[in-house]
Design a protein around this ligand. Structure first.
Ligand SMILES: [Zn+2]
Length: 103
């Protein structure tokens, strides 16, 4: 089970966006990378198209290594590590290691 999943709010631990947080837009567990809203922006040069006749430079999120991200707990508002506890249905659920709330 993935430590970080789509829709989580995460904090960046290292790199130029260190300390910033954002919402996870996509996760690629096989590549150990995630895309986070408004973080790690890269400039892309867009070709002129019918939808975008002007073309030009746009900013788009770049992939960030999962090891540089940690979940921001929605309950205690702190960057935290996630733990696992057994759910009622026998599966696992993620919990915040700080406040022990389900995340
Ligand atoms: Zn918490």
């Amino acid at each position: 089970m993935a430590r970080i999943k789509k829709g989580d709010t995460v904090v960046v631990l290292s790199g130029k966006d260190r300390g910033k947080s954002g919402k996870v837009l996509a996760v690629w567990p096989q590549r150990d990378q995630a895309l986070v809203e408004r973080l790690n922006l890269r400039k892309h040069f867009e070709r002129r198209t019918q939808q975008n006749p002007a073309g030009g430079v746009i900013e788009r999120e770049g992939a960030i290594a999962l090891s540089k991200l940690t979940v921001l707990c929605a309950k205690c508002r702190k960057p935290t590590r996630v733990g696992w506890s057994s759910a009622e249905d026998g599966g696992k659920q993620r919990i915040c290691r700080k406040c022990k709330e389900r995340v």
